[in-house]
Design a protein around this ligand. Structure first.
Ligand code: GDP
Length: 140
């Protein structure tokens, strides 16, 4: 067990559904603390850069268009085993396969619009946190 930081994004579909607070409550109720947070609209270049590892995938264009379709909330979450804990709270990428009670089961309908992003490893978390936040913006 170790204290970690991870990057979360509340995606445009969840912001449109007005469930930002419900998603934050789920993080807080499960031992994750908000260490940094901002609401913003991603530029096309930002969305492409953030998801660069998927650029050869057939869904890349749709993913980028979705991520710039409205504001997102970008968060650093901190806590014991924050990376895995956040992935467990999110549920499977495809909401139809997500465990009941997970964020994607509760708030998403499709794999294209699946409510949240979460870093999938320590390496990704470090890259993704630095992508959106300066060190001075993150509470220890
Ligand atoms: P995640 O780590 O659970 O978010 O999943 P991945 O890293 O595999 O994929 C990144 C994101 O790409 C997912 O959250 C989806 O928003 C999107 N995605 C994955 N597969 C598909 C797909 O088949 N179609 C579309 N449109 N988007 C997809």
């Amino acid at each position: 067990m170790s204290v970690e930081k991870t990057l979360s994004i509340i995606k445009p579909d969840a912001v449109r559904k007005n469930v930002v607070g419900q998603i934050l409550s789920k993080f807080e109720a499960n031992g994750l603390k908000v260490a940094a947070m901002k609401m913003k609209r991603l530029s096309k270049a930002e969305a492409e850069g953030f998801y660069a590892e998927h650029k050869e995938r057939g869904f890349f264009g749709d993913l980028v268009q979705f991520m710039i379709s409205g504001p997102v909330v970008v968060l650093v979450l901190a806590g014991q085993d924050a990376i895995l804990k956040n992935r467990a709270l999110m549920g499977a990428t495809d909401p139809k396969k997500a465990e009941p009670g997970t964020i994607r089961a509760d708030f998403a309908e499709s794999i294209d619009e699946n409510a949240v992003h979460g870093s999938d490893s320590a390496t990704s978390a470090a890259r993704e946190i630095a992508f959106f936040f300066d060190a001075a913006e993150i509470v220890n």
